[in-house]
Design a protein around this ligand. Structure first.
Ligand code: NAD
Length: 269
């Protein structure tokens, strides 16, 4: 992909930039002229993303962080701000799989998924707000999921966290709209990544309830899932990154509080 300028002058943080959707989006943001703070707890994944950006002439800094840690999240914003200036785009994308029906989860399993997939989203936003307010505005993009919109068996904690992200998105959109900080959520359908493999193959996970049956291979489950999408296939990380790019750019200046499924028609069916 060639260089563009849709994010020229912007400083962005992408959490979960060491893999999957986050990596693709961090690279895309940099390709469009943003200076990117790439945040992840996985140092190797992070380094791969940052090297890829830098080797194609983009600007990025690696922030090794557990996004559930309040202090490290503040540090992530400080490191990016020190390197590039005030952060005006935040993509809260880091997340983990969460398998199990409501009745089968332990409290520890529940709390872990809520901490990473919901509390960390709020922590990251809170840490970016002062800089965005001072800069006169910004764009916060929260990663929700189709699982936050409709019931899907076997992902109770994940669905609750993602529905919480949707509530936080609407709430912050009305709280910070007057300060020109836009807050939107993306709800992806299935995009094969390491997280999806974990969700599908984990004990008690989606495989147990999928049409393909409990003994199905990962490929068979993906194949079965694709048939439930009106577009007839699963998504690609590039297709989520493209929408995140729109939300990060000034092209979406009048878009806030939007909860947007990017899901091949899954939730319309
Ligand atoms: P992925 O596993 O490929 O990437 C997630 C990244 O987040 C990893 O690099 C991981 O190290 C990082 N991460 C996890 N916990 C962290 C923590 N505590 N601190 C810092 N980094 C942490 O997964 P993905 O599919 O690219 O998922 C990205 C986001 O998209 C997640 O929020 C996920 O819930 C959401 N999502 C994915 C799909 C899908 O089908 N892939 C669908 C809907 C929503």
């Amino acid at each position: 992909m060639g260089m563009g300028d849709r994010l020229a002058g912007k400083v962005a943080i992408v959490t979960g930039a060491g893999s999957g959707i986050g990596r693709t989006t961090a690279i895309r943001f940099a390709t469009e002229g943003a200076k990117v703070g790439c945040a992840d707890r996985d140092r190797d994944g992070l380094n791969t993303t940052v090297e890829e950006i830098q080797s194609s002439g983009g600007q990025a800094v690696a922030c090794e962080v557990d996004v559930t840690d309040e202090k490290l999240v503040e540090q992530m914003v400080a490191e990016t701000t020190n390197a590039f200036g005030a952060v005006t785009v935040l993509y809260s994308n880091a997340g983990i799989a969460g398998s199990g029906n409501a009745g089968d989860l332990t409290l520890a399993e529940w709390e872990k998924v809520i901490a990473v997939n919901l509390t960390a989203v709020w922590l990251s936003s809170r840490a970016c707000l002062p800089g965005m307010i001072e800069a006169g505005g910004g764009s916060i993009i929260n990663q929700a999921s189709v699982g936050g919109l409709i019931g899907i068996p076997g992902i109770a904690s994940y669905a609750a966290a993602k529905a919480g992200v949707i509530g936080l998105t609407r709430q912050m959109a009305v709280e910070y709209g007057p300060l020109k900080i836009r807050v939107n959520a993306i709800c992806p359908g299935t995009v094969p990544t390491p997280l999806v493999e974990k969700t599908y193959m984990e004990k008690g996970g989606f495989a147990a309830t999928s049409a393909a049956g409990a003994d199905a291979t990962y490929e068979e489950i993906l194949e079965g899932s694709a048939q439930r999408y009106p577009i007839g296939r699963l998504g690609m990380t590039e297709e989520i990154a493209a929408f995140a790019l729109y939300l990060a750019s000034d092209e979406s200046a009048w878009t806030t509080g939007a909860i947007v499924p990017i899901d091949g028609g899954f939730t319309a069916a």
